[in-house]
Ligand binder design. Structure first.
Ligand SMILES: [Zn+2]
Length: 84
């Protein structure tokens, strides 16, 4: 797909993947260095959205159908993001 999301770090030190306003957390690391990120609402909302990236952070596969609205996150000037 050649699409890129952003890897962001919160003020609490957690790392997430941000794409189209939705946040994903690392779910699985593959032997090839790729990572699968699952929607952070995976458990609380049973959301099945995910992103699979290569080791170069290129998106290989996604399911971006969410059964909820995107969370309210904004970037601060330090490059961090916080929930609004
Ligand atoms: Zn979701």
């Amino acid at each position: 797909m050649g699409e890129y999301g952003q890897i962001v770090t919160t003020v609490t030190g957690s790392t997430f993947y941000l794409l189209d306003g939705y946040t994903y957390s690392k779910n699985r690391q593959f032997p090839d260095g790729g990572i699968r990120y699952a929607c952070r609402k995976r458990l609380s909302r049973k959301c099945g959205a995910f992103i699979r990236t290569s080791k170069n952070n290129i998106i290989l596969k996604t399911n971006t159908f969410h059964n909820h609205e995107p969370p309210g996150y904004v970037f601060t000037k330090d490059g961090y993001f916080v929930k609004t």
